[in-house]
Ligand binder design. Sequence first.
Ligand SMILES: Nc1ncnc2c1ncn2[C@@H]1O[C@H](COP(=O)(O)OP(=O)(O)O)[C@@H](O)[C@H]1O
Ligand SMILES: [Mg+2]
Length: 287
Amino acid sequence: MTIMYELNNISYRYPTSDSPVLQDISVKLEKGKLYGVIGNNGSGKTTLCHLLRGFVPHFYKGEVNGQILLEGASMLEMELGDLAPKVGYMFQNPFIQVSGVKETVFEEIAFGLENLGISEEKIVPSVNHVLKQVKIDHLRDKNPFELSGGQRQRVALASIIVMDPDILIMDEPTSQLDPQGTEDIFEIITMLKEIGKTIILVEHKMDFILECADHILVMKDGKVVMEGETEAVFSNPEYLSLNIAVPSVADVYFDLQKRGVALTRFPRTKQALLAELVEMTRKDGMG
Ligand SMILES: Nc1ncnc2c1ncn2[C@@H]1O[C@H](COP(=O)(O)OP(=O)(O)O)[C@@H](O)[C@H]1O
Ligand SMILES: [Mg+2]
């Protein structure tokens, strides 16, 4: 087990905020794991992402108390630019991700590699590959400003994947997408996890989070109020008292429990839930 991030008693307030937006957060994030960050609006999810990318405090200023280590080194002493190749960041709002200096989607995705001084003959195949991966090949010659929200989200994702960072931070990457688009993005996120990336994913679609995250951080009022392996968090009755959306299979699980039906396993997908129920019915039938 290798630790990627270590936060010790981190608190933070923006220069203009009167109360701390992050409060006394202590967590360790392991390399190669997918962390789901959940919580209601205003709970501090985006600010936590900013911190992990170094935007807080380097860009937003304000004061950080506590310690944040990236691979053992203090992030407070690092340069923002040095973090760019290491940490890919997908903004919550895809409209601020576009560079504004490139005229086509292809150039937009190539931009980050260009900035690293990589040669054109290496850039072209990389960009072609990622265009197919993210299913936006048909948009390659479009102007980034002419895209829909969902298309921009895919371009933003392609722009970070092409850089091949060790860490990917994605702040609500599917908010502008329909169910099929969401499914596509989750397929890509799963692939990124399989190739060993460390992923921090803020997401409101709980069914997907339950299915793909290794570990959950639950935020409320700037604090991490609950933390643990995905199944443990969502099967914990305490989670229900936090008033945060519940994954649909967890909903059924708790509903069954209330009716006196205890499943032997906590299901992570609808298929797993169905399989459990079929199995139970079969056992009952044989009496
Ligand atoms: N740039 C900023 N300056 C001052 N306050 C901010 C800024 N960004 C967010 N906040 C405040 O910090 C709190 C947490 O916001 P945010 O991290 O965006 O939460 P979430 O992503 O969970 O919705 C909110 O009260 C919000 O108003
Ligand atoms: Mg947010």
